[in-house]
Design a protein around this ligand. Structure first.
Ligand code: NAP
Length: 258
């Protein structure tokens, strides 16, 4: 991979995308950011053909904030179709896409939408590598925000091996700038990236809340109507034996963000 490859980053301002941009720029690549804030829309395709002109590789770290399965599926399948259609015409030769560990049996919500995303990106004309990641350290603050009701914070009962977003970004860059996958690797399990150890969501939520200075009780809740409840609770979202485990623990990471 020469040092001046033109690489587009979809979701360039997001939790993981911003680190992908930083790492690629530090390596000397010519980086094209894609996000609505820079005038490029993956859904309407506004500005996409111009953005992808001369681009060899796309790293897709875009997302929708909607946890609704239908809305999120619409977002991911439309963005996949547009990136393939416009990217293929522009001569893009590879895409690397970030997904989530353990979603094969997902039937609901955002995770089921990500499964539809994987299928949609793998069905297009441009060769795609999917990297599956564990939940990000950065995601805990969002979970705490969603779950806060006065002096109680409800967090889902979910087993997770949280990982720092910059560690995921480095793994995406390594895949995108590394050798193209051998033809015999077709059908191999997706590579996975997770943090160094399983974390308790209740404990890490307490660490986040402690920083606010508010006195808040954390309650772990199991959602009986969530079709994915067993997957959340029985460890299906934990990394497989072939996963790469890297980066700081949640506590180490949090200490570095103060
Ligand atoms: N968060 C997690 O814990 C986690 C775990 C595993 C995998 N993942 C995956 O990692 C990826 C990135 O997640 P994230 O949490 O880093 O996302 P995020 O912080 O929500 O960032 C989303 C990015 O997508 C861009 N975007 C949204 N709508 C767009 C549109 N219509 N056109 C162009 N760009 C658009 C946003 O910029 P604008 O708003 O400016 O458009 C932003 O740059 C997702 O595929 C997610 O499924 C996340």
């Amino acid at each position: 991979m020469n040092a001046h490859t033109k690489i587009a980053v979809a979701g360039a301002t997001g939790r993981v995308g911003r680190h992908v941009v930083e790492i690629l720029e530090a390596q000397g690549h010519d980086v094209v950011p894609i996000s609505r804030s820079v005038g490029v829309d993956l859904i309407t395709a506004e500005g996409l053909a111009e953005a992808l002109t001369g681009v060899e590789i796309v790293i897709d770290a875009s997302s929708t904030p909607s946890p609704d399965q239908t809305e999120a599926t619409e977002f991911f399948t439309t963005s996949a179709r547009n990136l393939h259609e416009v990217g293929h015409k522009a001569g893009v030769r590879r895409m690397v896409v970030v997904s989530i560990i353990g979603i094969d049996e997902s039937k609901a919500g955002y995770n089921a939408a990500k499964l539809a995303h994987e299928q949609a990106v793998l069905a297009g004309p441009i060769p795609v590598q999917v990297l599956r990641a564990a939940q990000f350290h950065e995601f805990v603050e969002q979970l705490v925000g969603w779950g806060r009701q006065g002096d109680v914070c409800y967090v889902p009962k979910m087993r997770t091996q949280l990982v720092a977003a910059n560690v995921v970004a480095q793994a995406l860059v390594d895949l995108a700038t590394g050798p193209a996958p051998a033809p015999e690797s077709t059908g191999a399990p997706f590579p996975e990236i997770a943090g160094p150890r399983e974390e308790s969501l209740a404990e890490v939520a307490k660490l986040v809340l402690a920083r606010t200075g508010d006195v808040v009780r954390v309650e772990v809740v199991s959602d009986p109507v969530n079709p994915d409840r067993d997957l959340f609770e029985n460890g299906a979202l934990l990394p497989s034996p072939h996963a790469t485990l890297a980066g700081p623990t949640y506590q180490e990471w949090l200490a570095g963000t103060s």
